[in-house]
Design a protein. Structure first.
Length: 429
């Protein structure tokens, strides 16, 4: 018998307890590797080569393992932060998520001496290197080591400029975009990140050149995050309803003011829009135009707002300024028509001169006729005072032409009259 065979035969067989432990570990690993997660992918493009219309409308919700996710990424497919239930990709259509994703780009936008973003000739922001994390630093990060399930390099990754993505599995499927985004905010407090990752409908492109420096199917985020996120989302919904009430209150106030002032509010809005520059790529007015669009939607509703906005600043083909798509992505916030007027005033718009004021007393708002009558009386009284002041120096010259003054009445005498005795013959006192 060879020494190798003797050595092999000399190894003691595992005990029953050890065999049971090894079997349990193997079973656990198999369960972890076969853990089913829900995710959405889009296979109509590859890497960063996409028809944006197809990218927005062809996501498919599926169930699979982390290995299935890797296959889609390696095929260049796009994945979405949330599930869409077969609908158009927008935050309003997100029904939930089983994971959170974070981009590490190690970049920032180039800025000029006035801290304004610099764009290239195509209207895209110019990126500069800004260190966040290298792959080596990420692999050594305690939070990532404990909770990150997958790390993969993106299509624009370079050896001297690391760009990669981190995938964190939630301990359970979470419903609602607001709860998912609350969980994402927790995650953003732990790591440097691309701020756009907080959007529950965010697209993450795959890469046929992707590498996977970290694969850890066992890792999940802390379970307590979900209960905390649900509580935060509930509070945010309450605050959202309060903002809606504020918008309705402001809308009512604008209607009352327009009636009181005699304004045609629709004409006033059209006049204000004529002062605001329309959306132009490279102009830097995207956020401003977006606020105007949100104000129109909150005032008129989606259908009428789209018609008005297309006349004011038409959609630009091949750019992000797509009126209908923007309106679909809106969730009503605290932006009223007053925001539109505020922006217009920065470009020279002014409200018509106020014709009459509120009467803040107990009588409420006076009518237009009452106000005009009061102004006539005030003007007449003012004219009379001015006329008196003007003729005062000439009053002495024309003194002789005036009628004689009326004599003053004599003062009344209150002293009692003396007693008078009348003597008659034969009547002697």
């Amino acid at each position: 018998m060879s020494p190798l065979q003797q050595s092999h035969n000399s190894v003691p067989a595992p005990s029953a307890a050890e065999s049971e432990t090894l079997s349990a570990v193997k079973t656990k690993l198999e369960l972890i590797e076969s853990r089913i997660i829900k995710f959405a992918f889009n296979a109509t493009g590859r890497n960063k080569d996409w028809d944006f219309k197809k990218l927005a409308g062809n996501f498919i919700d599926v169930e699979g393992t982390l290995a299935d996710v890797q296959e889609h990424i390696k095929a260049g497919h796009a994945i979405c932060a949330g599930l869409l239930n077969g609908k158009w990709r927008s935050k309003a259509n997100i029904i939930g998520s089983h994971w959170l994703l974070i981009d590490i780009d190690n970049s920032d936008v180039a800025r000029d001496a006035y801290d304004k973003p610099i764009k290239d000739e195509n209207g895209n922001y110019i990126k500069v290197y800004d260190h966040q994390l290298t792959i080596e630093e990420a692999l050594a990060h305690p939070f990532i080591k404990k909770h990150c399930a997958l790390m993969y390099t993106t299509a624009s990754h370079k050896p001297d400029w690391h760009k990669f993505r981190l995938v964190f599995l939630l301990p359970e499927y979470v419903q609602g975009a607001d709860t998912v985004e609350a969980c994402t905010r927790f995650l953003m407090q732990q790591l440097p990140h691309d701020p756009a990752c907080k959007d529950a409908s965010r697209v993450f492109y795959g890469s046929t050149e992707a590498e996977f420096p970290l694969v850890n199917p066992e890792a999940t985020l802390p379970a307590e995050w979900i209960s905390e996120a649900i509580a935060i989302a509930q509070q945010e919904r309450i605050e959202y309803q309060q903002r809606i009430q504020e918008i309705e209150s402001r809308r009512k106030e604008w209607r009352e003011i327009s009636v009181t002032e005699g304004w045609d509010i629709d004409q006033l809005i059209q006049n204000a829009l004529s002062f605001i520059p329309p959306r132009t790529p490279g102009s830097g007015n995207y956020d401003e135009c977006r606020q105007v669009l949100m104000a129109l939607v909150n005032h008129y509703g989606a259908t009428d707002a789209e018609i008005i906005a297309e006349k004011w600043s038409p959609s630009i083909k091949g750019s992000t300024w797509n009126i209908r798509a923007k309106i679909r992505s809106f969730r009503r916030g605290g932006i009223s028509i007053g925001t539109l007027f505020h922006i217009a005033k920065q470009y020279g718009f002014r409200f018509p001169k106020r014709q009459y004021e509120y009467n803040l007393g107990d009588q409420g708002v006076i009518s237009r006729e009452q106000w005009e009558l009061g102004r006539v009386r005030e003007d007449l009284s003012s004219f009379q005072n001015l006329l008196r002041q003007a003729i005062a120096p000439f009053s002495s010259i024309f003194k002789g032409f005036f009628a004689p003054p009326t004599p003053k009445p004599l003062p009344e005498i209150d002293t009692p009259s003396p007693n008078v005795i009348i003597y008659k013959p034969g009547n002697i006192p």
